[in-house]
Design a protein around this ligand. Structure first.
Ligand code: ADP
Length: 392
């Protein structure tokens, strides 16, 4: 186990592609960190720089307090699990698991063992140790019964387990995962996520994991690093990032279905409070919005964001509240106990997530009233940065 520290790490390809832009990140011993962001945001390049597979254009990377910028990958004490598993097709599972360890063996020569009994004993001990490590990894991952099989006789999930096992036997200081579950179907992906979390809890190993899938990131991470265009947007626990996104990009990227965004204007009302004007609608803003921050905004264009589960469907006729919108239902998508209602309000699509119990008699095409639970709303300045949420 080890800490990993990135200081002002940058990667420029050629002269123009700034793939990673001055990333600072401190990863604690035993932490599960997930780098997440849309395709091309620089997460794989960051991981590959930690692995030593890419040179840095600037900054430093330390693993366990040692700067490793010039240390080759094999000497960094890391193990990487790739999306495509990278198993050797001509070797069976046991051989795939032990391959890296066999290559590192000190006592290799068969011939020397013929005349040197000490050498023979040490070679034997080393072999036994490798077998024990492979058996232990296979037990941890539940693949003991597959040890004799070649990769072509394994399912996708089993291959992925072998790929993880190959990292496990090396007992590295840091595990690096590059989109390891993206080749699996949704059900298996869910199972493997759970297994990875359990594995992490039992090993308490430092893990750095890359994915473009924000749900996967939320379910795995101790802390997430949200990236865009090579720049870190926010670092925090899944709950912190979900509840208090630092900017409009993070707010829109994290959460399913995505946050509803209303671009409008801020104004003061006659009582000294604030109102938000969106098209023909005017909303009173929650008193708990930070008055100082709102005053500083003046009459700026701002964006009000509200997650679909914070847009409540009101029973017909109950729209006295000043935080209501009316529209009509376009589609209803049901997911077991939950349903997403897509409505058109003032010409814009708005999503409300609700329990199917409260759907009652609502049908596609019906008029609908949606209430903003304003205490859960988010507000973003014209430059995208977040204004402190009333909840905090
Ligand atoms: P992600 O993993 O987030 O999808 P990458 O780290 O792979 O993104 O890539 C970040 C950016 O760097 C992208 O714009 C990509 O096109 C560019 N890039 C990645 N590898 C190379 C390369 N070898 N040469 C030039 N550009 C690259």
């Amino acid at each position: 186990m080890a800490t990993v520290e990135l200081k002002a790490v940058s990667k420029i390809y050629g002269t123009t592609v700034r793939a990673v832009d001055s990333v600072d990140l401190s990863i604690a011993n035993g932490e599960f960190i997930v780098l997440v962001g849309p395709s091309g945001c620089g997460k794989s390049t960051t991981l590959r720089m930690i692995a030593g597979l890419e040179d840095l254009s600037g900054g430093t990377i330390s693993i366990g307090n040692r700067i490793v910028n010039d240390v080759p990958p094999k000497d960094r004490n890391i193990a990487m699990v790739f999306q495509n598993y990278a198993l050797y097709p001509h070797l069976n599972v046991r051989q795939n698991l032990s391959f890296g360890l066999e290559r590192r063996r000190t006592f290799k020569s068969r011939w020397r063992g013929i005349w040197d009994s000490t050498y023979r004993t040490q070679r034997h001990a080393e072999r036994l140790a490798i077998t024990a490590r492979v058996d232990a990894a296979a037990r941890t991952l539940g693949i003991e019964q597959l040890l004799h099989r070649p990769p072509r006789e394994l399912s996708g999930g089993q291959r992925q387990r072998v790929a993880v096992g190959r990292a496990l036997v090396r007992d590295p200081a840091v595990f690096l995962f590059d989109e390891p579950l993206s080749n699996l179907d949704a059900l298996l992906r869910g199972e493997m996520r759970t297994e990875l979390r359990i594995l992490h809890r039992s090993l308490r190993a430092t893990m750095v994991y890359v994915t473009h899938d924000q749900e996967e990131a939320m379910s795995l991470a101790d802390r997430m690093v949200v990236m865009k265009d090579g720049v870190v947007q926010q670092i925090g626990s899944p709950a912190e990032i979900y509840d208090s996104p630092a900017n409009r990009f993070v707010a829109g990227f994290i959460g399913t279905p995505p946050m509803n965004m209303f671009e409008g204007r801020l104004a003061r009302d006659s009582t000294g409070g604030f109102t938000f004007h969106w098209k023909e609608s005017v909303f009173s803003l929650c008193k708990r919005w930070v008055a100082g921050e709102l005053s500083a905004l003046g009459h700026d264009t701002i964006t009000l964001g509200i997650r679909p589960d914070r847009l409540r469907i009101l029973p017909a006729g109950e729209n006295e509240n000043s935080c209501c919108l009316t529209g009509h239902v376009v589609t209803i998508e049901r997911y077991g106990p939950l349903a997403d209602i897509v409505a058109v309000v003032n010409g814009m699509r708005v999503i409300s997530r609700t329990s199917t119990d409260t759907l009652a008699a609502i049908c596609e095409g019906d008029a609908i009233t949606l209430e903003f639970q304003m205490q859960f709303a988010h507000m973003f300045r014209a430059d995208g940065s977040a204004v402190t949420s009333p909840k905090n």
